[in-house]
Ligand binder design. Structure first.
Ligand SMILES: [Fe+2]
Length: 210
């Protein structure tokens, strides 16, 4: 499997597409690319020695959301990927790649997933946290023509805190939870600052009355 060729194919299929009208062009390609990079780093931290499935993990991550918007996107993604990659990898590799795509969004439903599935599930979730969550939120609000107050309200709503708790509980690995917590810490700091500065306040109290 030539991973550079796989990346080119991924861009050709997803690099210009808008999955829905509140996401940037190519979102699923760039999300797939970030997920792939994250997944390989997770694999290195979880199992330092065994890199035998890295190409499988990378390719599956790149294409995991190819059918986003055509639900069930995990099942339809498998059908699409079989077409796109049929001349790029062996039958066995293709079977392993589609297996990951099929179960990438079945988090928490089984303890029996192979390591590769569990890693991609975690990487996919982590890419929605931290700075990437802020990016998504701002793009979403901007497409709706909303003001900064919409983001302040969104982040201060209890539903967002529940969402964070739910996401964390579905992660498979302790290292993923640590990365999640680090990204969530940034989000909380960001919300505090956004809530102040978005209302015209000076966040750093030390700078007031100097
Ligand atoms: Fe995803």
């Amino acid at each position: 499997m030539d991973i550079n060729r796989i990346k080119e194919l991924a861009f050709a299929k997803m690099g210009k597409r808008k999955p829905h009208n509140k996401r940037e062009e190519g979102y699923i390609f760039y999300h797939g690319l970030r997920t792939a990079e994250l997944a390989i780093q997770l694999r290195e931290m979880i199992d330092e020695t065994d890199n035998s499935k890295d190409n499988i993990i990378y390719a599956a991550s790149l294409f995991h959301d190819i059918a986003k918007g055509i639900e069930p996107h995990n099942e339809n993604g498998c059908i699409l990927v079989e077409q796109v990659l049929k001349f790029e990898c062996s039958e066995e590799e293709l079977r392993e790649i589609t297996e990951i795509i099929r179960y990438h969004n079945s988090r928490g439903k089984s303890e029996n997933w192979v390591k590769e599935i569990r890693i991609v599930q975690d990487a996919d979730m982590l890419d929605h946290m931290g700075t990437m969550d802020v990016w998504l939120n701002f793009v979403h609000q901007a497409f709706d023509g909303k003001s900064v107050n919409a983001s302040i309200d969104f982040y201060n709503n209890k539903m967002f805190k529940d969402y964070l708790r739910d996401c964390r509980s579905k992660l498979n690995y302790d290292i993923s939870k640590k990365i999640f917590d680090d990204r969530a810490k940034f989000i909380h700091e960001f919300i505090d600052r956004l809530s102040a500065e978005g209302m015209g306040k000076i966040f750093n109290k030390d700078l007031i009355n100097r």
